[in-house]
Design a protein around this ligand. Structure first.
Ligand code: PLP
Length: 302
């Protein structure tokens, strides 16, 4: 089931549209050029998770693209309308009560100066839940950029969440065609970057028992990757729980030497990586217990 609510000045709470009917102009630059931005977040029981972090990141993507987008309060109202409509429509046996909320803005129809903006709420894909439990196999794939390019070439929009995800989807198809579930991109200078729809995390354990040091590391946020709202929220919760935190730079060898590696994102949440390029990462029991510990920290983390 899918619900659409357009942000429209004539409707303060948003205008509900029929998702089974054409609703977008064929000349919309989101369709003709992929010129726009989006956010994907999870709602549980009708409540969007990490809403402020997602609205803030939508704002920074909009600034990177020079897009004049609606106020945060307008998005909050449209989300509330869309989630209420969605919850009315889902059947009682849809017990998980989870929904994927997308906030989408395009540059609008050709020749107009008004962006098109809408909220889409839909049922989460079943595969994500399964992968949280069973883990994933990942391929390292070259993204072809060096890790300093984002700073030198802001017009490439590397840190923005733009609608141009065709390359990310192609990388996932490549992984599926080659027996893997997902991808970790590397830079041309040999750094670990991110997944096509996720951030990369690794854990290092030192010592044992009471004095054990547990360290959580993610790639440098200025290396041309999207700063993950899930990684940010988990880091806050993990710090409070006594973990040490680090921000790269990371190389593939760091992944192979880690006690555990995860891909983390708003909808699938924490997916443990079983193998990278066919090589097992860490030990299965350590991976499982760290995944349980960090998943519990993520529950309710904003
Ligand atoms: N990196 C990329 C390229 C993404 O597309 C995403 C999410 O879709 C992430 C990282 C993780 O971001 P978040 O945790 O905010 O979902």
């Amino acid at each position: 089931m899918t619900v659409l609510v357009f942000l429209d000045p004539s409707y303060p709470d948003g205008r509900i549209a029929d998702a089974t009917k054409p609703t977008l102009m064929a000349t919309d630059q989101g369709a003709t050029r992929g010129d726009g931005i989006f956010e994907s977040l999870l709602a549980v029981g009708g409540a969007p998770r990490k809403m402020q972090a997602h609205l803030d990141r939508l704002g920074s993507s909009a600034r990177a693209l020079d897009l004049d987008i609606p106020e945060q309060e307008t998005w909050r109202r449209a989300m509330a309308t869309a989630l209420a409509e969605f919850r009315q429509g889902v059947t009682a046996d849809d017990a998980s009560d989870e929904a994927v909320v997308k906030l989408i803005v395009t540059r609008g129809v050709e020749g107009s100066a008004t962006p098109t903006a809408w909220v889409q709420v839909s049922t989460p894909p079943a595969a994500g839940k399964l992968q949280r439990e069973t883990g994933i196999d990942v391929l390292l794939l070259d993204r072809g950029f060096d890790s300093g390019l984002a700073e030198r070439a802001p017009w490439l929009l590397l840190g923005a969440k733009t609608l141009s995800y065709a390359v990310n989807m192609a990388a996932l198809r490549y992984a599926h065609a080659n027996g893997a579930d997902d991808v970790i991109f590397t830079s041309s200078d040999g750094r670990v970057l991110e997944g096509p729809t996720s951030s990369v995390l690794l854990a290092q354990l030192e010592g044992e028992g009471q004095t054990q040091v547990k360290r959580l590391i993610t790639p440098r946020l200025d290396s041309g990757i999207l700063p993950g709202t899930s990684q940010g929220a988990l880091f806050k919760a993990a710090r409070a729980a006594g973990w040490e935190l680090g921000y790269g730079p990371l190389e593939p060898a760091d992944l192979f030497d880690a006690d555990a590696v995860w891909l983390i994102s708003s909808i699938r949440l924490l997916a443990p990586v079983n193998r990278i390029d066919g090589k097992e990462i860490g030990a299965a029991d350590v991976r499982a217990s760290l995944t349980a510990e960090l998943s519990a920290l993520m529950d309710g983390a904003e």
